[in-house]
Design a protein around this ligand. Structure first.
Ligand SMILES: Cc1cc2nc3c(=O)[nH]c(=O)nc-3n(C[C@H](O)[C@H](O)[C@H](O)COP(=O)(O)O)c2cc1C
Length: 323
């Protein structure tokens, strides 16, 4: 391998950018291995939520979001790439192919990647424009996943489903114990959700936000969710590759929302609980398998934004493999 052919610096940068991907409870359940010609993505089951997410669905969505980050970082550095998603380990392999001038749109999307974050404050009372929503649906579909926008008539049904899922989860002591290991405090180990990112009190919305079982210090605002748009990410099936693709689509959707100044809040409880996931299927007209519920809406730019959540250090998520 000549120095010219060595793609490791670009691949290392891509893996580094992927550290900022969203993940369930900020578990960051991935590890990258950097090879001279490719980047491999591995799931880290030590950081899987074994009680809350025994099937690893949330882990796969999180890894898919990380994969999308790495793809965008390569694109913004002028690399075209090819992705393989094999069965077994690794989850995905990313091959840079040709190098050229990066497209301005790719550079812009990379900027959104740094701005993206989870915001648990209530949304403003101006709804998203229909044109913005069209754009968000298109961004999701580009990653082979669909987005069902919940109609006004369906919001109450969704609220009931979310409430049932939350009740099932909050009454499960083992699950609550697991959540408490990842949530609250200052999170000096680089994982989990710090108290600063959790609402001081759960906002009084029609569709409830996740109840993490403890109050944080975030002023969530006294707004409501009447102007929010709820949506369900869904696809054709329940295979591992489809969950991974859905994670890539979630990230594409999130970045598109960020570009429009909109916020996205994932609500995963109704997916994690089997019978509520089944009820969600009905809401999307039995068109496919639901992967995640999201709240979309305009956020208050003037208010204090939540602080960035921590990340694991590079050496815990990236391994260099000697050629
Ligand atoms: C698959 C998945 C599910 C998530 N589910 C929830 C949820 O139910 N409630 C919530 O408040 N945040 C949820 N999140 C957001 C994460 O907590 C957040 O991404 C993580 O703490 C990192 O913070 P950041 O997004 O600000 O970088 C979810 C994220 C992912 C990727």
């Amino acid at each position: 391998m000549t120095a010219e052919n060595d793609r490791r610096p670009a691949l290392r940068q891509a893996a580094d950018a992927a550290r900022y991907a969203p993940s369930i409870h900020n578990t960051q359940p991935w590890k990258w291995t950097v090879h001279p010609d490719r980047l491999e993505l591995h799931a880290v089951t030590d950081r899987q939520l074994t009680v809350q997410d025994p099937d690893g669905h949330m882990l796969l969505l999180s890894c898919g979001a990380a994969l999308h980050h790495a793809r965008l970082a390569l694109e913004a550095a002028g690399w075209q790439s090819r992705v393989e998603r094999p069965a077994g380990d690794p989850l995905a392999v990313l091959y840079p192919t040709e190098h050229g001038e990066p497209a301005p749109a790719a550079v812009e999307r990379f900027e959104q990647l740094k701005a993206r974050h989870t915001d648990r404050r209530t949304v403003r009372d101006t709804p998203l424009d229909a044109k913005v929503l069209d754009d968000l649906v298109a961004a999701t579909e580009q990653e082979d996943t669909r987005l069902h926008l919940i109609t006004r008539d369906q919001v109450i049904d969704l609220a009931v489903i979310v409430e049932r899922a939350q009740k099932t989860e909050t009454s499960d002591e083992r699950l609550q114990q697991e959540i408490s290991e990842w949530v609250g405090g200052e999170r000096t180990d680089g994982t989990g959700i710090p108290a600063a990112n959790l609402p001081a009190g759960l906002p009084l919305t029609t569709v409830a936000e996740r109840d993490f079982g403890q109050a944080g210090t975030l002023a969530a605002g006294d707004g409501h969710d009447t102007a929010a748009t709820y949506a369900v990410l869904y696809g054709t099936g329940d295979e591992r590759e489809e969950w991974l693709r859905a994670g890539e689509a979630l990230n594409a959707l999130w970045l598109a929302a960020t570009a429009h100044g909109a916020g996205l809040l994932p609500l995963s409880s109704p997916i994690e609980v089997g019978y509520t996931r089944h009820e969600l299927r009905r809401i999307i007209g039995d068109l496919g398998a639901p992967y995640l519920v999201v709240r979309l809406g305009n956020l208050d730019d003037a208010g204090v934004r939540p602080a960035k959540t921590p990340r694991l250090p590079v050496d815990q998520v990236i391994d260099d493999v000697a050629s």
